[in-house]
Design a protein around this ligand. Structure first.
Ligand code: HEC
Ligand code: HEC
Length: 306
């Protein structure tokens, strides 16, 4: 009898160790290093396209990349962290491998899981070189800011963080993005910008009860986004999606937040545009639209935010 209890205890220990300290690759699969200042220029474009600033800036009084923007989710309010190179309150002391683990795998240096509001599910498809280029930009072109946002480590919050390991079983890391040579360069750039960097589907694709993207429903919108509000259908369906907008109208919207009927995008799309998309080149926006045009039209009525 006692050995069964022993085995049980070992299994339980193993399970909790696995929940809190999941195993990921420790070293970047690339020789690139963020010491290389020459990577920062490419890193800047990637940082903008990935919307890091959109979330890691509390525009009400905070500094860019210093975090503190609150995200109200059904699982509580989470604050983005300081990702400036400040040694004490930012990520100045992190290694590239630690940065990669946080951005692509949602793991902190202390081994704990990040909450999936940090969109590691989408970023997991980024090639390691691109993540290192982002880090090079953040290290060499962003000023260190000493600012500690409110802590996300609530009492018993570790239980929630542990449960993310289970969630990952249903939402495994994606394969690294590789362009498909059967399609145009613009289509491939658009696919990378929409599905990986811009993580549009994190908000625009409807989810099941385990917060898994519904298969075959990409970008068709939802009544219940992660903040509980509606998120628009951006497939080409004429009645309920963007089908009635001209290509120019979609371009104009992604650069300005203004719709063909002159109404304005509400949060969080407003800051996705203002702090990210607005700064992309016209070619990149065209690529986004080129790719969106190829997605299947799906009928799904979603009201605008008010
Ligand atoms: C949708 C909002 C959002 C976007 C976009 C986003 N982040 Fe985050 N990020 C967060 C939040 C919120 C946290 C804290 C999560 C937690 O505590 O579990 C976080 C945590 C992190 C951490 C861990 C920091 C720490 O001290 O634990 C790093 C590193 C990070 N983000 C880097 C980035 C980079 C680089 C990008 C762009 C490639 C990015 N994030 C884009 C919201 C976002
Ligand atoms: C943080 C969540 C979030 C992300 C990321 C996001 N969106 Fe949105 N988007 C929204 C919400 C919410 C709305 C609806 C806003 C409203 O009702 O005013 C919206 C609206 C839109 C609209 C207007 C649709 C309409 O019918 O009015 C377009 C187009 C759009 N998004 C495209 C994109 C693209 C392309 C990306 C990726 C580059 C993206 N969005 C990323 C949340 C997001």
């Amino acid at each position: 009898m006692r050995w069964i209890a022993g085995l049980f205890a070992i299994a339980l220990l193993g399970l909790s160790a696995w929940l809190y300290f999941p195993v990921f690759p420790d070293a970047p699969a690339t020789a690139a290093s963020s010491d290389d200042i020459a990577l920062a220029a490419r890193g800047r474009t990637l940082t903008i396209a990935a919307g890091c600033l959109t979330c890691h800036w509390n525009t009400k009084g905070g500094k860019p990349f210093a975090g503190g923007r609150p995200f109200e989710t059904p699982l509580g309010t989470y604050y983005s962290t300081n990702i400036t190179p400040d040694i004490e309150t930012g990520i100045g002391a992190w290694s590239d491998a630690q940065f990669l683990a946080a951005v692509k795998h949602g793991r902190r240096p202390d081994g704990m899981n990040l909450m999936p509001i940090q969109p590691f599910a989408a970023y997991s498809a980024m090639p390691d070189e691109d993540v290192i280029a982002i880090r090079s930009y953040l290290r060499h072109a962003v000023r260190p800011v000493r600012a500690a946002p409110p802590s996300n480590d609530l009492p018993f919050g570790f239980l929630l963080r542990g449960s993310i390991t289970l969630w990952r079983l249903f939402n495994p890391a994606r394969e690294t993005f590789v362009p498909n040579s059967e399609f145009s360069e613009s289509y491939n750039r658009g696919a990378y910008l929409v599905d990986v960097l811009g993580h549009c589907g994190e908000c625009h694709t409807p989810r099941d009860a385990f917060w898994r993207p519904l298969p075959g429903q990409a970008m068709s919108g939802t009544l219940h986004g992660w903040d509980g509000g509606p998120v628009a259908n951006i497939t080409r369906d004429v009645e309920t999606g963007l089908g009635a907008w001209t290509v120019d109208e979609v371009l104009f919207f992604l650069k300005t937040g203004i719709r063909p009927d002159y109404s304005r995008a509400k949060e969080p799309m407003a800051s996705v545009i203002d702090l990210g998309l607005k700064q992309l080149t016209d070619d990149d926006i065209v690529a986004i639209v080129t790719y969106l045009e190829t997605l299947p039209s799906i009928v799904n009525t979603v009201p605008k935010r008010n």
